[in-house]
Design a protein around this ligand. Structure first.
Ligand SMILES: NC(=O)C1=CN([C@@H]2O[C@H](COP(=O)(O)OP(=O)(O)OC[C@H]3O[C@@H](n4cnc5c(N)ncnc54)[C@H](O)[C@@H]3O)[C@@H](O)[C@H]2O)[C@@H](O)CC1
Ligand SMILES: Nc1ncnc2c1ncn2[C@@H]1O[C@H](COP(=O)(O)OP(=O)(O)O)[C@@H](O)[C@H]1O
Length: 285
């Protein structure tokens, strides 16, 4: 495997936005979130929790009523009023095959907003509709579905097994052909920008393979995107790739810290995030 850079602690440490004396919640960055559904309301809670604990000025949760209710019970600091944001997280805990019209409208608004997006799970079918730079966060099955939808005919179809056999290669090919930054999840997570940087991140234990773990990762990445609007504006997909690799590194280390060699649930990963971020800030200072 050539051309892939291993993403390490010192690389991640350069991509944590530390508030200054002059910061306020808006200048730090606001994340808009459209995630969750009646079927998967917990994914909304997990993504919001991941973002809040990574560090961001404010989170606007703008999804459906049931997940919104659960998000508010867990985090009263979340704002449900629409308004300006510096980044979006959309799709976790949604199902593209059964999308209520209200959700379709919420997703359309986010895609047209002109603000960078993290697109996960049940919004991956909308990957070509964004008016701003996008980073997608599929696992193998989801990437196979995205590539099948983009293929000219069925003979081009790639399966999840094909992707598992050459994850790095498929992450790079998908980024180049779709024109978005691809973060392909797995034991090693591969992050590829279109015709740009390629990063490999191996930071966490296999205990991370647990339901909702990827929803937390979406939140971590959403917070990093919303707090680096200027860098994304200047460097586009190069910045998105660095932020994706940093999110995977932080998520992996949080899993390691929470696990200590034993089992974890997704919320444990979120709860370990502030300690990982604090150590990165110390490492950078
Ligand atoms: N607490 C929550 O609300 C959670 C919500 N989640 C959301 O759930 C949605 C679907 O995510 P998935 O990653 O499951 O989507 P996938 O569509 O990739 O996975 C579903 C597929 O997994 C396979 N499968 C199902 N049960 C299986 C079993 N027992 N053994 C082997 N294979 C099996 C089947 O092929 C099925 O079609 C996403 O929107 C995701 O964000 C998940 O993240 C889990 C936690
Ligand atoms: N064997 C493994 N070792 C380390 N990390 C893993 C392993 N399997 C999965 N992960 C990580 O766990 C997360 C799983 O995400 P995902 O498949 O979207 O799960 P979910 O949809 O349940 O949230 C990803 O961040 C992935 O990189």
């Amino acid at each position: 495997m050539t051309g892939w850079q291993d993403w390490r602690e010192r690389d991640a440490a350069a991509w944590i936005a530390v508030p200054t004396d002059g910061s306020d919640k808006y200048s730090r960055g606001v994340l808009g979130v459209v995630t969750g559904s009646d079927r998967y309301p917990g994914a909304a809670v997990l993504g919001v929790e991941g973002a809040a604990r990574t560090g961001v000025g404010m989170i606007r949760y703008l999804g459906a009523d049931r997940p919104a209710d659960l998000v508010m019970r867990k985090r009263p600091e979340i704002v449900t009023a629409p308004g300006r944001v510096q980044g979006w997280l959309i799709g976790s805990g949604m199902d593209a095959a059964s999308r209520p019209e209200d959700d379709a409208q919420r997703l359309r608004s986010a895609l047209r907003d002109g603000t960078p997006l993290v697109i996960d799970a049940g919004a991956l079918d909308l990957v070509g509709r964004a008016s701003a730079p996008v980073i997608v966060t599929p696992h193998f099955r989801e990437l196979a579905t995205v590539l099948a939808a983009a293929a000219d005919d069925d003979s081009d179809a790639v399966t999840a097994d094909d992707i598992a056999a050459d994850a790095a290669g498929w992450a790079a090919r998908a980024a180049d052909s779709l024109g978005v930054t691809v973060l392909l999840k797995g034991h090693t997570t591969y992050v590829a920008a279109p015709h740009g940087p390629r990063y490999a991140v191996t930071a966490g234990p296999a205990w991370l393979a647990t339901a909702g773990s990827g929803d937390v990762l979406g939140g971590v990445l959403g917070a990093l995107v919303a707090t680096h609007a200027r860098e994304i504006d200047e460097d586009g997909h190069d910045a998105l790739a660095a932020l994706g690799a940093t999110a995977a590194w932080v998520h992996g280390r949080a899993g390691e810290r929470a696990s200590g060699g034993g089992p974890i649930v997704a919320l444990d990963i979120a709860e370990a995030l502030p300690g990982v971020v604090r150590d990165l800030v110390r490492a950078a200072g």
